[in-house]
Ligand binder design. Structure first.
Ligand SMILES: Cc1ncc(C[n+]2csc(CCOP(=O)(O)OP(=O)(O)O)c2C)c(N)n1
Ligand SMILES: [Mg+2]
Length: 574
């Protein structure tokens, strides 16, 4: 057999079930090998960026490690944004690319790129396979690297002559190796418990390290996985575990920007989502805390309002699976290099502290303020205007009737979702991008639907973001992926328009444009299309889109100044 066949076998041995890609000279033998089997599904897409964001969505939805495929140079550079975004956001991903044949390498051959040099900085690992008999070893290591520890993207480059090289048919695949996530040191757990018990204004910050769908630990059967599949109250892991921990210390809990559904939103300890446009009460809970327990969060610029959120006098207890994150932004008093879910479980295994009145009183005050502030503002103005308040209200009403995963791209409407919609997994789930790359949403929604074919997926996108990847509607129709995409269509790069509103004297430049009729565009492809111009049309249109069973676009026509909720501002540029 040839290297391409061995590559297919190696992927299959690792449990890969789907690939998304675009062909090119260097990977034609790989496609040939895929064509001769039916264990791995190959979906041809319309842009490599789409393939990589789809793989990202597949990973986040718990489908395993998402894999995207491209031919050398330009095929891979088209994936670069998605790879860098996955690196920012700890998403496991494998980008599999061809490379010029070794026989002509280093001559600036056609579309040749120094792949390992270029991608070293935005991947967890980037490797070029030098001989076909090492394909099983390196593919296995790549996938293990992607999913272990702090997950992230890997690039595997396979030169053409490695794919065509002959190897014995009995070239073995390697047995799967999974790395158990590190458990916390017992002394550190004791210190955390003691400091929390002595605190008067604690807060728990829940980040992506807790109960991650993408951790890959569920597949290994090891303890301490908090994925949607295994995060049950019975085991005290994941979402239920951290809610129990919050209850034990009467501690309010907040989540980082993209992780809203990592804490039960209907729990009385939940006081909101950090990040741009966070509610006043959410920021206050953190700013005024005497003790912060940070579980698997990296204190991103976004979450910390440009590193201004924490008071230097606050005692920080920081748990993270990546030791590089401990002390990187804020120096912790207790730094725990461990899996966050395992740490929660170990904390819960200790004796209950006595109740504390001061903490309970503060929690009640914050919870009451959160209840008040997280009520969707009611529009009293022109009832025919398709305002964002009405858009979010309608979307929330549909989600309450028709449970789905909501995928939110980078639109200004994201702030509304993070403030005002509540998610109760597993019925309703929420996925957002924190790296900020526009265009993530629609393809990530396709990947989510591919990972969870029995569940519904709704994508909320801005028009600017959606149009960047709109070509993938053809992929969705051809491959029968019934994602409903609601486009908040304000004919503007709204988020950047608001920077001009607040920081550039309302001098609007380069932020407005025209869009074609996106509902008609959908129908031209054989998808379902709805154009919504009046608030009363919104909910029935989304319902019809869901009922159609087709990929669908609901094009919601708005005023070009629609965007952020009242009082919210982009983080100032300086
Ligand atoms: C790939 C990429 N380019 C540019 C930006 C900067 N940016 C952030 S949001 C935004 C505008 C988004 O417009 P749209 O998707 O229509 O959403 P809206 O804010 O209008 O709701 C821009 C240009 C980005 N985040 N990612
Ligand atoms: Mg817009």
């Amino acid at each position: 057999v040839n290297g391409a066949e061995v590559l297919v076998r190696a992927l299959e041995a690792e449990g890969v079930t789907q690939l998304y890609g675009i062909p090119g000279t260097t990977i034609m033998d790989f496609l040939d090998a895929l064509a001769g089997q039916d264990r791995i599904r190959y979906l041809s897409v319309r842009h490599e960026q789409g393939a990589a964001f789809m793989a990202d969505g597949f990973s986040r939805a718990g489908g395993g490690v998402g894999v995207c495929v491209g031919s050398r140079g330009p095929g891979l550079t088209n994936m670069a944004t998605a790879i860098a975004n996955a690196n920012d956001e700890s998403v496991p991903l494998l980008a599999l690319v061809g490379q010029v044949a070794d026989g002509v390498a280093d001559r600036d051959a056609f579309e040749e790129l120094n792949i390992t040099a270029m991608f070293a900085h935005v991947t967890k690992w980037c490797v070029e396979v030098r001989s076909a008999d090492r394909i099983p070893e390196l593919v296995q290591r790549a996938l293990r690297t992607a999913r272990s520890g702090r997950p992230g993207p890997v690039v595997v480059s396979v030169p053409l002559d490695v794919l065509t090289a002959e190897v014995p048919d009995d070239t073995p695949t390697q047995p799967i190796v999974r790395v158990a996530p590190p458990r916390p040191d017992a002394d550190a757990v004791t210190r955390i418990a003691e400091i929390l018990a002595a605190s008067s204004r604690p807060v728990i910050i829940v980040g992506g390290g807790l109960g991650s769908d993408a951790s890959g630990t569920a597949a290994s059967g090891t303890a301490a996985s908090g994925s949607d599949a295994s995060g049950t109250a019975a085991t005290g892991s994941g979402r239920a575990g951290v809610a129990a921990l919050a209850a034990r210390y009467a501690a309010p809990a907040v989540t980082t920007w993209a992780r809203k559904d990592r804490f039960p939103n209907d729990d009385p300890h939940f006081v909101g989502v950090l990040g741009a446009g966070a509610l006043e009460v959410t920021d206050r809970a953190v700013r005024e805390a005497d003790v912060i327990l940070a579980l698997g969060c990296r204190f991103s610029e976004f979450t910390t309002k440009r590193y201004t959120l924490l008071d230097p006098s606050t005692r920080l207890l920081h748990v993270d699976i990546d030791p590089a994150e401990l002390g990187k932004i804020y120096p912790p008093e207790v730094a725990v290099h461990a899996d966050a879910t395992a740490t929660v479980a170990d904390l819960l295994a200790r004796d209950e502290p006595p109740p504390n009145e001061a903490r309970t009183r503060r929690l009640k005050e914050l919870a009451a303020d959160h209840d008040e502030q997280s009520k969707l503002p009611v529009d009293t103005g022109d009832e025919t205007a398709m305002t964002t308040a009405r858009l979010i209200g309608g979307l929330g009403a549909v989600l309450a009737r028709r449970p789905a995963t909501l995928i939110v791209d980078a639109p200004s409407t994201g702030v509304w979702v993070s403030r005002y919609l509540r998610f109760a997994p597993p019925a309703t789930r929420y996925r957002a991008s924190a790296g900020g790359a526009m265009a993530w949403g629609f393809p990530a929604a396709l990947g989510t639907a591919l990972a969870r074919p029995d569940e519904r997926v709704i994508c909320l996108s801005g028009d600017g973001s959606f149009v960047m990847v709109a070509a993938e509607i053809e992929t969705a129709v051809r491959e029968n992926i019934p994602v409903v995409t609601v486009v908040a269509n304000n004919f503007a790069y709204g988020n950047t328009r608001d920077r001009q509103r607040f920081s550039h004297g309302e001098r609007y430049f380069g932020v407005f444009y025209d869009n074609l009729d996106l509902a008609a565009y959908a129908r031209l492809h054989g998808a379902h299309g709805e154009r919504v111009e009046h608030p009363a049309e919104l909910e029935p249109a989304i319902e019809r889109a869901l009922d159609s069973g087709l990929p669908a676009i609901v094009d919601v026509i708005q005023d070009r100044f629609e965007g952020l909720p009242p009082g919210a501002r982009p983080i100032p540029p300086r």
